[in-house]
Design a protein around this ligand. Sequence first.
Ligand SMILES: [Zn+2]
Length: 173
Amino acid sequence: MNFLEKGYQTGNVWLPGLDITVYLNSNQFFRNDGIVKDMQIHTNKVYYEINPRIKHDSYPIPLGRCIITYDERSNIAAAIFVKENDPINHIFNYGHESVEALIKYGRGDVLLDELKKEGFFIDPFQRYNDTENIANIGGFLALHKKNYRDCSMNCPELQELYSEFLDSYKKQK
Ligand SMILES: [Zn+2]
């Protein structure tokens, strides 16, 4: 698949949510599909582009997605998008999906640098062993950068993680 023809970019790309520009290698591609009304329809559209024979179904339907494609020349492409929702959710989910893309590119260092720059001395890669938690830290960071200091999302399962994130603020180890 010719990723550039499909609207992917390489080189300097801007990651939404995290609101940073990273430099991708020439075998790494990124596309931000933005805010979509219907996650399932858009997911199928992206998979259809990759391979029309793939039929994709997954439940529950997530609030954001990062779809990874590898081609035969070991290029890697990430397409991210988030579900239409309220603006706070968009920021969090963009941050989350941007981190998932970074992890797939093997560029976790970008997240670590950005956390430090913003004053958070936490290494999610050492602390958590699942990608979801690491990506959620990216979501919190995205909210922080947009000055959302009180992350009172109706998401009780994230409260503990959020406390750990806040606790790491300005606490250099
Ligand atoms: Zn995720």
